[in-house]
Design a protein around this ligand. Structure first.
Ligand SMILES: [Zn+2]
Length: 236
């Protein structure tokens, strides 16, 4: 759930005249970009699991498309231009929604700009998030925001709600409060992570006992903390 990142490369000029060559270039680039950034960065669809109506030929990291059919503002190509869709697999990141992997998104945009030069890379989020020409100047404003006081404001906004009185632990290494991401158990359950060191803690009884680790979030099975360890926990 959440706002997914969308990205398109707009290519014009002589490159679009030789369609056969362009199709080959996109296929090569689709493989290369996944090999560089990791296939899991992209939402590819293999043939055997493909919905025949939507993706009869499967879907690679990059595909030539006729138009931007996402929810956001249209980035339709004008006459003589073609659009390459970047099938990203992660969340959008932007000022006001600091959630996805900003470094990865910027790196991908720079790679595409280099590979398909001259071209324009357009970026935004589905669900109507603003779509921008993601050129060097725009990328710099995003980095500026990321390096400023609100660089992770989205996580902070979600992470400090303890209206159910589950205590928020303080990281003994980073000296910062853990960010909360799990709620429930009639107000008794809380799961927390430290953004500075990646530690995870959870409680099922409003902080009487605690477990370290969260298989789904950091790959570590949760293990009960001893009474002594619980006594040493600090709280925000
Ligand atoms: Zn920490």
């Amino acid at each position: 759930m959440g706002v997914d990142a969308i990205m398109f490369v707009k290519v014009g000029g002589n490159r679009t005249k030789d369609r056969v060559q362009l199709v080959k270039d996109v296929a090569e680039a689709a493989y290369d970009i996944a090999a560089v950034f990791g296939a899991s960065t992209f939402h590819t669809i293999r043939l055997e699991s493909s919905d025949k109506d939507w993706w009869p030929n499967g879907r690679r990291a990059l595909e030539l498309v006729n138009s931007d059919d996402d929810d956001g503002p249209a980035i339709n190509p004008t006459l003589g231009e073609v659009l390459i869709e970047v099938n990203l697999g992660g969340c959008y990141w932007g000022p006001g929604y600091e959630r996805g992997s900003i470094g990865e998104l910027i790196g991908i945009a720079m790679w595409l700009e280099e590979r398909f030069s001259p071209c324009e890379v357009w970026y935004g989020g589905d669900s109507g998030m603003g779509t921008v020409h993601f050129n060097a100047r725009t990328r710099q404003t995003y980095v500026k925001h990321a390096a400023g006081p609100d660089g992770w404001a989205y996580r902070r906004a979600w992470g400090m709600d303890n209206s159910d009185s589950v205590p928020i632990p303080l990281c003994s290494l980073c000296k910062k409060p853990y960010q909360r991401y799990g709620y429930g158990g009639s107000g008794n359950f809380g799961s927390f992570s430290c953004l500075g060191c990646g530690d995870h803690l959870q409680t099922h009884n409003k902080g009487v006992s605690w477990q370290r680790g969260d298989k789904w979030h950091n790959g570590k099975e949760s293990v009960d903390l001893s009474t002594k360890e619980v006594a040493l926990l600090l709280f925000a």
